[in-house]
Design a protein around this ligand. Sequence first.
Ligand code: SF4
Length: 319
Amino acid sequence: MTTVFDQAAAERRTLRHPEKAHRPESAVLRKPDWIRVKAPGSPVYGETKAIVRTNNLHTVCEEAGCPNIGECWSQHHATMMIMGDTCTRACAFCNVKTGLPQALDALEPANVAKAVAELGLKHVVVTSVDRDDLADGGAGHFSATILAIREASPGTTIEVLTPDFLRKMGAIERLMQTPPDVFNHNLETVPRLYLKVRPGARYFASLRLLERAKELTPKVFTKSGLMVGLGESRDEIMQVMDDLRTAGVDFLTIGQYLQPTRRHASLERYWTPEEFQGLEAIARAKGFLMVSASPLTRSSYHADADFARLRAAQAARQN
Ligand code: SF4
């Protein structure tokens, strides 16, 4: 038998994003002065990294190449990414590895709980890759992780940032049987850009997921996030805000999209800090309990302090 070495296939196997290998490259815009981040490397940063590694965990901080890792990990704030490091979707903005994922790690919920206790987190954000290969989309694994954290750290509040569970009947119902304190699912962008940016997702399905979470457990805060810089207009963002309010969403985050590589969705422009302030003011006026909008805002950025503000805002509104 003759084995023909397929160079292209070999390259695809080692790529983080094989589906993007044939996409045209686009120039990456130079970062403006206001995108400044703290360099990683403090002693506490090293402790965070050691706890993540010894518990055999993945974080979205590393896998997505988050610019805030130097600051967050210097405060032990790591966002756990469960169900492996390989995503079954191929979103054009995301730097998480794509491909065929491995089997679930049954020890992962306990390991996440152990890491949360070791990090001393008062509030933890748990997210995941998309797992379209699982019958429940991973809802059961989220539930097991929530239960394990509640048992090991009863005083810790829990925020989950989930996939859309598209076509996974009963998934959100299953997850909300073990309610987190915050249910987060990011819309990411405006509906017009879904085919380009989130081709495997459906805008109204994501919106409905948020609405359903609130219907199932009204006392759980709901949260969603948008990136700007992908070519959306201000009017389109206003419409998304209205849609989210109609779905009962409490908390909105808006941050600047940063293009991970030349083959990811092209960055059209940087929104200025003043524009972010304007978006935040409008979102507050539309009735969100809590809004965080700045160039470096990410779903889990300052999530602990924001959760305290969210509770305070709710208490103030009820009085
Ligand atoms: S903003 Fe979130 S994802 Fe980024 S480093 Fe901080 S905790 Fe991690």
